[in-house]
Design a protein around this ligand. Structure first.
Ligand code: NAG
Ligand code: NAG
Ligand code: NAG
Length: 612
């Protein structure tokens, strides 16, 4: 391949330089290619040989300067990812504009929401600049005037937040006008994300091309559209978490589930209990300070994303908890780093909180207090609750002795009772903290737990009240537990194990799920709607045993984007119909500095419809 490449270079140095500059881009180097949109939604390049007889076409063909230009309005949804759920109409005409000259008019009810939208405008422009192929600056450019109107004065972001928006683009002789209307600033920011999907770099000239007229009416299908990031098994430097948030914002995902600590390490600073990080972090360099976490929460919210922290327990808690005996607080975690690990846990290193130690509850409450301060007033917490290994507790004398003293036998039922008491007690602590910290909250916040032996449908109602515990299931798609928990009135988040576990395919006998499989994961039917809804949404999970910053982005992206469309649009159509928009979405991630994996040979991207 390199030989012919060099010969070609020799023959045509100038063209080759152009090709090298644009080596990741889709257009031929001839510079005068002509693209057109087939009646379905294929963008095809006219090579001069496939000219059909003129009589066949009723109208003259509309040509575009590039594949991406064609893609902007080809098919019902053009290049918009995830696809809008309401009306979507896109003109085939373009305006040529200079992103530096876009003007914004923000109409919002107060200073905080106005400020939020100004920041959104800034992020929007910086994303536009990344689309320019050449110099962004145009000497003569039509003006683009964007007006964004939001009506709600609140910046609250939770399951009840209205993320809908309506956007109209129209163009006159003098200017283009974009009119965005949304209830909340989060809806408006999604509109800006969509607007950026109506734009592509111009090849024939400087500046950008934008669809000249459009109407989009959009709202997400699910209120919880998440990605889990695990920073305990392997630490992730902050800038990789920020780039994950950038890519999530591009995809309209709205929850970063931060599995910040686990048995392996405790990188998060807890100001009330500095021992946690001191004993638990891999190293001083592999830590998140309180300020880091606070800034990350702010960074995320500007991108329409909540950060939901998980403090896992009673299992998956070990390193960081070692200092109890020396401090006179007893064993707060038991079976800690015990060997052989198979006798004490499901994955090394072992560690499980000691449910009979009052000091452990006091320390955990201080941790919860720190977490409550980090987040927004409405934010809740994930309490973990997966994979408790009963033999660990059963082999710990201080626990079995205390159980017997309370009149418990050592049956599984007794251990489950102890386990559910652990969650109940932490829930009370959480409620107490929130009542003091945020006295204006009208209702206690629900908390989230993983599905486990404790959430088995036959006894969950005795263990965990459905008003307070939302269950995040991580079972295979065919498992009946989702249906059974829905019947019993529980609210669910879905992390379908055989589709949305992004770590699979890299260990044991697990299989890799490609983006089509991720896309095809349809969540269980919810018979309730509105505030009564039970299926809140779901999360793709990036467990970090076998990933760190060196491969993180390619492991997550663009696959998580396939889940993003599932959660935003819940499309009835298959991945086949989404593929061309998906390839364009992947290029958008690239332009924004994310490093998504390849999903198809580039030839197939260029030759739409020929690799089915
Ligand atoms: C881009 O174009 C503008 C106007 O034509 C010019 O002033 C500017 O120097 C150019 N920038 C670059 C980096 O070429
Ligand atoms: C704490 O754990 C250690 C090591 O497993 C054990 O020797 C000790 O007796 C435990 N302390 C109590 C109070 O049970
Ligand atoms: C706990 O250990 C005792 C004996 O040490 C055993 O009889 C009992 O079945 C165990 N309980 C569970 C739930 O495994």
């Amino acid at each position: 391949m390199s030989t012919s490449h060099y010969i070609y270079c020799y023959l045509s140095i100038l063209l080759c330089a152009l090709a090298a500059a644009n080596s990741d881009e889709s257009n031929s180097i001839s510079g005068n290619s002509k693209w057109y949109c087939e009646s379905t939604d294929l963008c095809l390049e006219e090579d001069g040989q496939d000219e059909k007889p003129q009589g066949v076409r009723k109208e003259p063909r509309k040509y575009f300067e590039s594949q991406n230009d064609c893609r902007l309005s080809c098919g019902k949804y053009g290049a918009i990812w995830p696809m809008p759920t309401g009306e979507c109409s896109l003109s085939h005409e373009r305006v040529h504009f200079d992103p530096w000259k876009v003007r914004f008019n923000v109409v919002a009810p107060n200073e905080a929401t106005t400020q939020f939208l100004r920041e959104t405008n800034r992020l929007f422009v910086s994303n536009l600049l990344k689309e320019c192929h050449r110099n962004c600056t145009l000497t003569t450019s039509k003006e683009v005037l964007v007006k964004a109107t939001v009506t709600d004065a609140t910046l609250k972001l939770d399951w009840s937040t209205d993320e809908s928006y309506r956007m109209v683009v129209r163009t006159t002789d003098t200017a283009s006008f974009v009119d965005i209307r949304a209830a909340t600033p989060y809806g408006a920011r999604h509109a800006f994300e969509t607007l950026s999907n109506l734009v592509t770099g111009s090849r024939s000239n400087n500046g950008l091309l934008m669809v000249s007229a459009a109407r989009v009416d959009d709202r997400p299908f699910y209120p919880h559209r998440g990605l889990l990031l695990d920073t305990s098994r392997n630490f992730l430097p902050l800038r990789y978490i920020r780039s994950t948030l950038d890519a999530m914002a591009t995809s309209k995902l709205n929850v970063l589930h931060w599995h910040v600590v686990d048995t392996h390490s405790f990188p998060l600073e807890i100001t009330r209990v500095p021992e946690m990080q001191r004993y638990g972090a891999y190293s001083q360099a592999q830590t998140y300070s309180r300020a880091d976490a606070v800034n990350l929460v702010k960074y995320a919210r500007l991108r329409g994303i909540r950060i939901l922290l998980e403090i896992d327990g009673p299992s998956h808690a070990g390193n960081g908890w070692q200092w109890g005996p020396a401090a006179g607080l007893g064993n707060m975690s038991v079976c800690l780093n015990q060997a052989p690990w198979r006798n004490y846990c499901v994955q090394p290193p072992c560690g499980q909180l000691n449910p009979i130690n009052d000091h452990m509850y006091a320390v955990l409450k201080e941790i919860l207090e720190d977490v409550a301060e980090l987040g927004a007033p409405e934010e809740t917490i994930h309490m973990g609750g997966d994979e408790v290994y009963i033999p660990c507790w059963n082999r710990t004398e201080e626990i079995t002795t205390q159980m017997k003293a309370r009149g418990y036998d050592l049956s599984e039922a007794s251990f489950l009772r102890l386990w559910s008491q652990f969650h109940q007690r932490n829930l009370e602590a959480w409620d107490d903290i929130n009542q003091r910290m945020y006295p204006s909250l009208s209702e206690p916040k629900p908390v989230i737990l993983w599905s486990s032996r404790l959430t088995d449908p036959e006894h969950i109602e005795q263990m965990l009240p459905k008003e307070r515990f939302v269950i995040q299931t991580w079972v295979n798609a065919q498992d009946s537990i989702n249906r059974q928990l829905l019947q019993r009135g529980y609210r669910l988040l879905l992390s379908t194990k055989d589709a949305w576990y992004l770590d699979h395919g890299f260990w044991g006998s697990t299989r890799y799920y490609n983006w089509r499989k991720v896309y095809g994961n349809i969540l269980p039917v919810d018979t309730k709607t509105g505030a009564m809804r039970q299926v809140l949404g779901g999360e793709v999970c990036m467990w970090s045993e076998y990933v760190d910053q060196n491969s993180l982005e390619a492991r997550i992206w663009p696959r998580a984007g396939a889940a993003a469309e599932r959660l935003w649009s819940n499309p009835k159509s298959s991945a086949d119909l989404a593929q061309r928009r998906f390839y364009r979405y992947r290029e958008r991630l690239l332009a924004r500095g994310v490093h998504p994996d390849a999903v198809v040979p580039h030839w197939c991207v260029l030759h739409e419809g020929q690799c089915l």
